[in-house]
Design a binder for this molecule. Structure first.
Ligand SMILES: Cc1cc2nc3c(=O)[nH]c(=O)nc-3n(C[C@H](O)[C@H](O)[C@H](O)COP(=O)(O)OP(=O)(O)OC[C@H]3O[C@@H](n4cnc5c(N)ncnc54)[C@H](O)[C@@H]3O)c2cc1C
Length: 383
């Protein structure tokens, strides 16, 4: 097993997934981050009382989330990342490594504009094109099975794997909550890193939007995509969750159950270069109305719900809202950055940094592929 040390800066889905892949490959890994999932810090060094899951300083707690690859036919790189994630999740669900309330393979309907083909027809189970009807003319409707999950529960699952690896020969990952670093050079000066032999240390930069603000990364192609969603309780979804994504209206509309928990995320918005953290009331109403119209089963726990929806134009008000969420997706013009680089530490020496950020709207569905690619870079770096 290599005795090389990897420090991962960032504890969102990308940092955790990279740490897991490195741990599986035998590296000794520590995670340092400003925002850390609560199940990691309760076992180490909790600071403050507010749940980190309520912080809008990071994206990962706010995701829908589902697997719905956006990769066009010619984008083989993104396809490879998304495929690796789908394959891994299929194993996890088949082997019941995650509870159904956390992640579930569900019937999925996707309605997109125009005529199009999908690269993943042979990957996802039960893929079918649905013939045009008058309502869907000008759109392509496909059905298949795909994954939906609860973002906070999936983060907790990753933390648990990192702290308590099933393979006893692997070293548990250490978590350290920090304040915000102003540069990667400052991270190299942290006592955890500066006490290690310099040539043994690799730093992974998985800071999402942080890569815009860290002074020695200052990647100006990083930008925010605001996402507002509404979390509702839909008890009928416990037994039979379904996922629907539609581009039939002016704004994207989606219904993503949090596994089979009975909680469902309704969305949404994709507001480029917008990092407004407050709730927009008009968006909340529009999301509730449009989601009920693409997925009337949201009210299936009410007697005669189809009649209720037909007769009452305000039926969307009967949806049981638990919370309205706003999250900021860390996007990058061009593409997600996964590559080895070097930055100067405070003594002016060049130190190795492995970047893994900019996943935008696809951080979960590409996470396993990004992690494998980052770990391949680490293997090459340490030789
Ligand atoms: C509404 C919404 C719906 C979404 N739906 C989906 C979906 O269905 N499927 C999907 O695949 N993706 C989805 N996403 C996107 C996904 O959530 C993101 O791509 C992903 O969470 C990005 O993860 P990350 O680890 O790169 O960044 P983040 O989660 O933002 O984590 C960044 C980490 O770096 C730390 N950090 C940053 N700067 C510093 C610093 N200076 N010092 C110390 N620590 C620092 C933070 O504290 C945090 O730990 C959605 C996002 C939103 C908002």
């Amino acid at each position: 097993m290599p005795e090389k040390r990897v420090f991962v800066l960032g504890s969102g889905v990308i940092g955790l997934s990279v740490a897991l892949e490195l741990q599986i490959r035998g590296y000794r890994v520590s995670i340092i981050a400003r925002d850390v999932p609560p199940s990691a810090i309760s076992e180490t060094e909790a600071s403050g009382t507010a749940s980190p899951l309520d912080s809008q300083d990071w994206a990962s707690p706010w995701a829908g989330f589902n697997w719905c690859s956006f990769a066009p036919l010619e984008d083989k790189e993104t396809q490879r990342r998304d495929r690796a994630t789908f394959v891994r999740w299929l194993e996890m669900v088949d082997r019941r490594e995650v509870p159904r309330e956390t992640m579930e393979l569900v019937p999925f309907t996707s309605i997109t504009k125009g005529e199009r083909d999908f690269w993943f027809e042979d990957l996802v189970p039960d893929f079918k094109y649905i013939q045009d009807t008058s309502a869907s003319a000008g759109f392509t409707t496909v059905t298949y099975k795909s994954f939906v999950a609860s973002a906070p529960a999936y983060l907790a699952y990753l933390v648990s794997e990192l702290l308590h690896p099933k393979n006893p020969s692997l070293v548990p990952v250490e978590f350290h909550q920090s304040s915000a670093f102003s540069s990667l050079a400052e991270v190299f000066s942290h006592p955890l890193l500066s006490s290690e032999k310099e040539e043994d240390v690799l730093l992974v930069n998985a800071t999402g939007m942080g890569s815009l603000y860290l002074s020695d990364v200052a990647d100006t192609s990083v930008y925010p995509i605001r996402g507002q969603t509404v979390l509702v309780s839909a008890p009928s979804f416990k037994a039979a969750p379904v996922c629907v994504m539609s581009l039939q209206y002016d704004e994207p509309t989606y219904v993503i159950p949090r596994g089979a928990s009975g909680l469902v995320i309704l969305g949404g918005t994709f507001e480029h270069d917008d990092s407004h953290r407050g709730i927009r009331q008009d968006a909340t109403e529009r999301i509730l109305k449009d989601c009920l119209s693409i997925c009337p089963q949201l009210l299936a726990h009410l007697p005669d719900y189809e009649k209720v929806i037909q007769e009452d134009p305000e039926a969307w008000r009967r949806l049981e809202v638990v919370k309205v969420n706003v999250g900021i997706r860390p996007a990058r013009k061009g593409e997600t950055r996964v590559e080895l680089d070097a930055v100067k530490d405070s003594s002016g020496r060049l130190r190795p940094v492995l970047h893994a950020y900019g996943a935008g709207k696809a951080g979960y569905q590409s996470s396993v592929g990004i992690a494998q690619e980052a770990a391949d870079w680490a293997d090459r770096h340490f030789g």
